[in-house]
Design a protein around this ligand. Structure first.
Ligand code: 5GP
Length: 190
């Protein structure tokens, strides 16, 4: 997606050979027009796949997921990272090791919102080593639901997440694929 690549080139900050900071439009300040274009692109790529729900992870997956849900006319669930007094049921849970924060978090979804007949599109802001994606896959499997695929805003293709998901047979649609952050420069593939 060209507009996204341009935005990354203009406003992304390469923090290290592993980490790209995009808090000017995705992870802190949000560019609504770009999010809408991202949502439309996910909807186009997964059109006709019978998606009934979108599942993402709070907080940074929510904006692109909601825009995709709006276009696809399906509800959006965000897995929660913090126990809440209002989440009292038997939750579907999984552990996620956070690439950026280097801590392990339990994430949870209420089984009231996810059922065996659901066909789920997973959306997230970044794909690095795939820990967040694998946790969401586990939660969806616990609900007995099926997975249409994964929509990723920015994939860092030099980390292991993409290859692992490919090997598991999942369809992964990444709107920007970063091949390298070496030398402080963002190199895209494709
Ligand atoms: P993974 O679970 O695939 O290892 O990492 C994905 C998660 O870590 C994403 O949900 C995202 O929040 C965070 N993340 C991974 N790499 C980056 C990065 O380079 N920049 C930012 N801003 N977040 C990242």
């Amino acid at each position: 997606m060209l507009a996204l690549q341009e935005k990354i080139r203009e406003e992304g900050i390469v923090l290290s050979e592993q980490v790209l900071k995009v808090d000017a439009f995705l992870n802190h300040q949000i560019d609504p027009a770009l999010m809408q274009a991202i949502g439309d692109e996910f909807a186009r790529r997964f059109e006709g796949q019978g998606v009934t729900k979108i599942v993402t992870l709070e907080a940074s997956g929510i904006a692109p997921a909601v825009m995709a849900g709006l276009k696809m006319n399906v509800p959006v669930i965000f897995a929660r990272k913090h126990a809440s007094l209002t989440l009292t049921e038997n939750l579907l849970t999984a552990e996620v090791y956070s690439f950026t924060k280097q801590v392990s978090n339990k994430v949870a979804v209420s089984p009231r919102h996810l059922a065996a007949h659901d066909h789920v599109l997973i959306i997230d802001d970044f794909l690095a080593n795939g820990r967040a994606a694998q946790a969401l896959i586990s939660i969806i499997q616990q609900a007995g639901a099926s997975i249409a695929g994964l929509g990723i805003v920015i994939e860092k293709s030099f980390q292991s997440g993409r290859a692992e998901l490919d090997a598991q047979g999942y369809r992964v649609e990444s709107l920007a694929r970063v091949g390298s952050l070496a030398g402080g420069k963002v190199e895209f593939i494709e």
